[in-house]
Structures are given as C-alpha cells and as structure tokens.
Design a binder for this molecule. Structure first.
Ligand code: SAH
Length: 459
C-alpha cells in the first residue's frame, strides 16, 4: 500500500489554501462540506472564494506566500499555477511536519485527496495513489451509480438505534445478523422511501422479538419500454433484492436478465386478448407471496400507472396492510418518441399531448372523437395496432386533416425497433404491407414531421 487511507476530522480546524483561483475555490468548497475553517493566501482572489472564507470564519491574506502563513494549520493545500511556489509550500510543510497536498503534483504531496462518493455519513473514497486519477474517477462514477442516494438516511437511522440494539442484543453475532437483515430488508427500503414511521414500527417489533425476520413487501416497478439502460436506479436495486418476480410479456429478456438470478420467476401474461393469469388472480398472488414473507417484485412494462392496472394491483395490498412501493418507469410514449426522433410537444406544433388507450372492445372504439381533432395537440394511442385503421378513419371522419402526419413505433427503444411513418390517410395501408408486430405505439400530430430532422434511428 503506497498510501495509508484515513478520514480527517476537520471540524472547526484551520486549513490553509495557497492560491486564489478556480482550483483553490473547488478545494475550499469541499473543505466547507467538512466544516473546516478555510484560510487563504493569494495575491488575486476569486469572488466565490472570498465568500467561502467568510462563511467558514477563516482569514484572507492578500499577499504573496511566505512560510509564516503555514503556522497553526492542520493541513495545507497548494493550488497555485506557479511551480516554484508549490514546491516551496511543500518543502516548508514537510520541515514542520504539517500534512501538505499540492494539486496535480503527487511528488510534492504528503497526503493526497481521493475521488469521493458522498452519502454522508457514508463516504466512499477512491484513490489510485496519484497514478491514474481518471481511472479513480471512473470507478467513483460506477460507485455513484450503485449506491442509492438515500444511503445517508439509512446510516443515520442505524446511528439512532445503535445503542438500543446493543442493549437489546448483547451477543455480537446475533447483533451483526440483526443489522445485516435490517439494513438489506424492508425496513431499509422504508427508511430510504421516507416512510420512517412504518420503518420504526417494524424495526421495534423485530427488535423486541429478538430476530430480524422480514415481513413481506411488494415493489411495483416500471421497467420502461425495453432498453435496459432506461431503468431507474431504484428499479434496478429492487430488482436485485426481490425473491419472487411476477412479470408480463412487455418486460424484455434483457431486463429480466438484470433481476436477481436466484429469484423465483412467475410469468403472468398478458398478450392482447390472452390473459395468461386473470388480473384478480395476479392481485391475489402478490398478496400471498408477500404474506409468506417474500420481497415480491411486480415488474411491468413502461410505467405502472399508465395503462398498467397498477392501481388495481396495490388496492388489495393496501386492504391487507402489506407494505408496497411504486417505482415509476419510462412510459412507452416517452421512450418511443425519443428513440424515434419525435418530440411529443413542440412550441410550433403541439401544446399538449394525450395518452389514449386504443384497445378495441367488442369491435368498437368508443371515444369523443371531436376532442381529438384540435390541431395543436399530439395524440398517442397505446394498444392501437388492431384499431389502427379505425382510429385513422374516425379521426378523418370527424374533421382531422387526412394529411396529418402519423407514426407507428414498433418495439420502441429495443434493438429491433422500427418506425413506420405516414399520414392518417395512408398509415394503415403502409402498416398492412409490412410485417408489423406488437408492441406498437401510434403517434399522431404535426410533431411527427420533425422525425426527418431529428432522426437517428433505424426504420
Ligand atoms: N404501462 C405501459 C403501457 C402498458 S399498455 C407503459 O407505460 O408504457 C401496453 C401498450 O404499451 C402496448 O400495446 C403498446 O401500445 C405500448 N408499448 C409498451 N412498450 C412498447 C414498446 N417498447 N414499443 C411500442 N409500444 C409499446
């Protein structure tokens, strides 16, 4: 190990920065987060830096650097662009055995600063010992993505109960197991979702019982339209925690691949007019799996609350007092539109957008068509493939121009996405001539004409 990692308590301790430019300001900002007193010596000084010094209760020496400035500081940072000043600062500190960091000159440092992921009080520090700072920063961004933003809340929750748990569970192994189960289970999720009341109730119940056995919980998660890169961080985290997964046809294999491998996978449909498992039964299954103590993932295409029957699925959970969370996903309209180069709204074409279900019931589509005729809106039909000819002809019959641009996006955001472009008068025919498969999304309105300019997809 080239360097020994330490975390430095700088609260109300004086730190000296030599230099007054942008880099000095960046360092001062960071030091302020640790509540250090920031003193600065520089001939010229950045406006924001003056403010940071003032806020920290520090002093500004508008002067050229001399060794006397160093005295009484617990840490010195040299951030000037003059090499011999930086070298002098380093030498002066080393004589006095004061830790010194010279920005971008590892050879002059006795301490180096890591790349950090800040989920205070959790802090992750990454260092390459000055050899490959870019690599360290890349690693930092990987960690940034994998550590939930709410980990800080979780750590504070644990801090609050630390003594109580220690008193209740004196045996160190029992205590460790209790914390491991608690920090990865439903209580943790409830804390991170800001449902502290429920978290505390469950936590105390389990502590009183002397075990950390989880109660069940359901995560209703939007998986987006197909491209796994469109998953949210939260979706991914819950996908990797669940023990049971109920998924339907819209969830692509690439996304299922990201679910915890040893989870139990349950396919519950549904293709159009072929409901593998009736809705009521799905609702009941969610309840049953959760009541048996499982963390249950209900993975749905797009967003669970947009034509997803998400509300029905959680109603029964709520009735049974089963904790649940709903995680939004990128809905097909947003995903397909972006990946097809069609903005859903545009100052010149469309001031509103409607999401409509094009599901044909008993052979008819029952709409107030007149509302759809207004030109300054975009119409998006979900489940509109079968009804496509009827939708187009009805819109024309009710007064919308036959020349209105229309697009059918097939398997939007997926590797085999296709975009079929036409107008109200010819799109149905175009689609009929091509071998088109669900899922498809129909977008109608002036905005569709922009796809030519914004196009970056395959047709
Ligand atoms: N909750 C989902 C919609 C479920 S309804 C969401 O928010 O996206 C199912 C319909 O969504 C399909 O019939 C289709 O119209 C649309 N859809 C979902 N994924 C799609 C995709 N990748 N490409 C095109 N349409 C899609």
């Amino acid at each position: 190990m080239e360097y020994f990692p330490l975390f430095f308590d700088l609260k109300n301790k004086p730190v000296l920065i030599v230099g007054g430019g942008e880099i000095a300001t960046r360092k001062a900002r960071l030091l302020r987060r640790a509540n250090a007193i920031v003193d600065v010596v520089a001939e010229e000084i950045d406006g924001e830096l003056v403010e940071l010094i003032r806020a920290s209760g520090g002093k500004l020496y508008q002067a050229s650097y001399s060794a006397s400035h160093i005295d009484k500081h617990v840490l010195v940072i040299a951030a000037t662009d003059i090499e011999n000043v930086n070298a002098r600062v380093s030498a002066d500190c080393q004589v006095r055995q004061i830790p010194v960091n010279v920005v971008d000159s590892p050879g002059l440092c006795t301490v180096i600063t890591p790349a950090i992921v800040d989920r205070s009080p959790i802090i992750v520090a990454v260092s390459s010992g000055g050899d490959a700072p870019v690599l360290a920063r890349m690693l930092k961004s990987q960690l940034e993505r994998s550590l939930p933003g709410a980990y800080g809340k979780l750590a504070r929750f644990a801090a609050k109960y630390r003594d109580k748990v220690k008193a209740a569970l004196p045996d160190i192994d029992t205590r460790r197991r209790f914390w491991e189960a608690t920090l990865a289970g439903d209580v943790a999720e409830q804390v991170m979702a800001d449902n502290v009341e429920l978290a505390e109730k469950n936590f105390n119940l389990r502590l009183a019982a002397g075990d950390a056995d989880r109660g069940g919980e359901v995560y209703l998660v939007g998986a987006g339209p197909g491209d796994p890169d469109l998953l949210t961080f939260k979706a991914l985290r819950l996908m990797q925690q669940a023990e049971v997964v109920l998924y339907d046809r819209l969830v692509t294999p690439a996304i299922l691949d990201m679910v915890r491998k040893d989870a139990e996978f349950v396919y519950v449909g549904k293709r159009r007019s072929e409901h593998a498992v009736p809705q009521q039964q799905i609702n009941q299954m969610l309840c049953d799996y959760a009541l048996a103590g499982n963390r249950v993932l209900r993975l749905k295409g797009g967003d669970p609350f947009i034509f997803g029957r998400g509300a029905e699925e959680i109603e029964l959970l709520a009735e049974n007092g089963i904790p649940f969370q709903v995680v939004p996903g990128v809905t097909a309209a947003a995903g397909c539109a972006s990946y097809a180069g069609i903005p859903l709204t545009h100052r010149d074409y469309s001031q509103s957008v409607r999401f409509i279900t094009g599901h044909v019931k008993d052979g008819v589509l029952d709409f107030r068509w007149k509302e759809f005729v207004e030109d300054s809106q975009t119409l998006v039909f979900y489940m509109g493939l079968t009804g496509l000819p009827q939708i187009c002809s009805q819109l024309i019959a009710h007064g919308k121009s036959p020349a209105t641009p229309a697009a059918l996006v097939e398997r939007g955001t997926q590797p085999d996405q296709r975009v079929h472009i036409g107008t109200l008068s010819n799109l149905a025919k175009i689609v009929e001539e091509r071998d088109v498969h669900a899922p498809t999304l129909l977008i109608i309105g002036g905005v569709v004409s922009l796809h030519k300019t914004l196009k970056w997809y395959k047709t």
